[in-house]
Design a protein. Structure first.
Length: 161
C-alpha cells in the first residue's frame, strides 16, 4: 500500500531525530515540509509561467497574479496535505474521516486567510517581491497550521469513534 511505503520511507530517516522530537512531529515535519515545497513550487510556476505577473480576470472577479498563484497553490496543497496528515502523520486519530475533513477545511481556510492577508501586506504595502513574501508568510503559517492540525483537525478523541 502506498501509505505504508511512505511511512516506511519517512521512518527510515527518523533514528537520528529520535532524541529531539517524537515520531509524529518528525512525520509532520517531513510531510508538511514536502507539501510546503510543493506549494512554493506551484506558486513560483503559477506566478512566473502561467500568469506571467499579469492580473487574472475571470470576467466576474479579477485577481492580482500573486493572489491567483496563492489560490492555485492552496487548492493542490489542500488535497495533498489532508491525505498526508490523515494517512501518514495523525494515524492514531479516531475522529471520523468526515469530521477530520471538515475540521481540516476550517483550519486550512483560516490559514488561507492569514496567508492572503500577509501576502497582500508584504507585496502591496511593503512592496516586497511576491515569492519572497510567500516564503516569509509560509513560515508563519506553518507554526499556526501544526498547532491547529494536532489539537483540532486530527486530535485523538477521548471516546472511541
Amino acid at each position: 500500500m502506498a501509505k505504508d511505503k511512505i511511512i516506511a520511507f519517512i521512518d527510515f530517516f527518523y533514528p537520528p531525530f529520535r532524541r529531539i522530537m517524537p515520531e509524529q512531529t518528525f512525520r509532520y515535519a517531513v510531510c508538511g515540509g514536502s507539501n510546503t515545497v510543493l506549494g512554493l513550487a506551484i506558486y513560483f510556476v503559477s506566478y512566473n509561467y502561467f500568469f506571467h505577473g499579469n492580473d487574472v480576470d475571470l470576467g466576474f472577479v479579477a485577481f492580482k497574479p500573486h493572489i491567483a498563484s496563492l489560490l492555485v497553490s492552496f487548492c493542490i496543497n489542500f488535497v495533498v496535505g489532508f491525505l498526508l496528515l490523515k494517512f501518514v502523520v495523525f494515524v492514531d486519530s479516531n475522529l471520523k474521516s468526515r469530521i477530520q475533513l471538515f475540521r481540516y477545511f476550517l483550519s486550512f481556510s483560516v490559514n488561507l486567510v492569514i496567508n492572503y492577508l500577509l501576502l497582500k501586506l508584504f507585496v502591496e504595502i511593503f512592496y516586497m517581491h511576491a515569492f519572497l513574501s510567500q516564503l516569509i508568510t509560509t513560515c508563519i503559517v506553518i507554526v499556526i497550521s501544526y498547532l491547529s492540525q494536532k489539537h483540532f483537525s486530527f486530535r485523538t478523541s477521548s471516546k472511541t469513534a
